[in-house]
Design a protein around this ligand. Sequence first.
Ligand code: 3NM
Length: 207
Amino acid sequence: MNRNDLSVYFIMGTSNSKQPLETLEKALQAGITCFQIREKGEGCLKGAAYEAFAKECQNLCRAYNVPFIVNDDVDLALKLDADGIHVGQDDLAITEFRAQANGKIIGVSVHDEQELHHAVKSGADYVGIGPIYQTKSKSNAKPPAGVNFLQKARSLYPQFPIVGIGGINEKNAAEVRSAGADGVAVISVICESSDINKTIRALSGEK
Ligand code: 3NM
């Protein structure tokens, strides 16, 4: 995968925004480089409604030529012919997705060196490292880890695509990039922004 695609990686589900499709389109116009649909939490869409919403998100991403990644759901990712999948520590999902969708992107969340080595060996295309800072968007998130492990991961794998996640905002994004991340993955800072253009410029390191 192209490391630049991780630069400003937007993640969203219907619980994160009152007008998710409008938010996604604004974010695409403003220059996000990757999108992940992550439909989790109370009242989240299921079945056909989820699939229809995912399809609308995918169509928007296609119009802007931005990779469309599905969180956790291998069946949906295959059915929609998504550009990739993002999984936690789920080896079966990696194997299954790779077997059926060779050439597509597989992202894996990792939290320590063992998980990092394992993800790289298992054929992940990128890893997500987090939560770097305190996040309110993931109910079962681990405690904030800061940038130390991110720095370590970069020194161990100088060329491997890495994105930082968790509590990243306009102010701290630069620290995450300097620590070695190719980009920042965010939910709330975009969903809650009153000026998505400005937020995305700041996240990407532009003034
Ligand atoms: N995964 P926000 S933190 C989806 O640490 C997710 O693996 C995390 O949302 C991890 O930008 C997180 O609002 C939530 O903090 C990120």
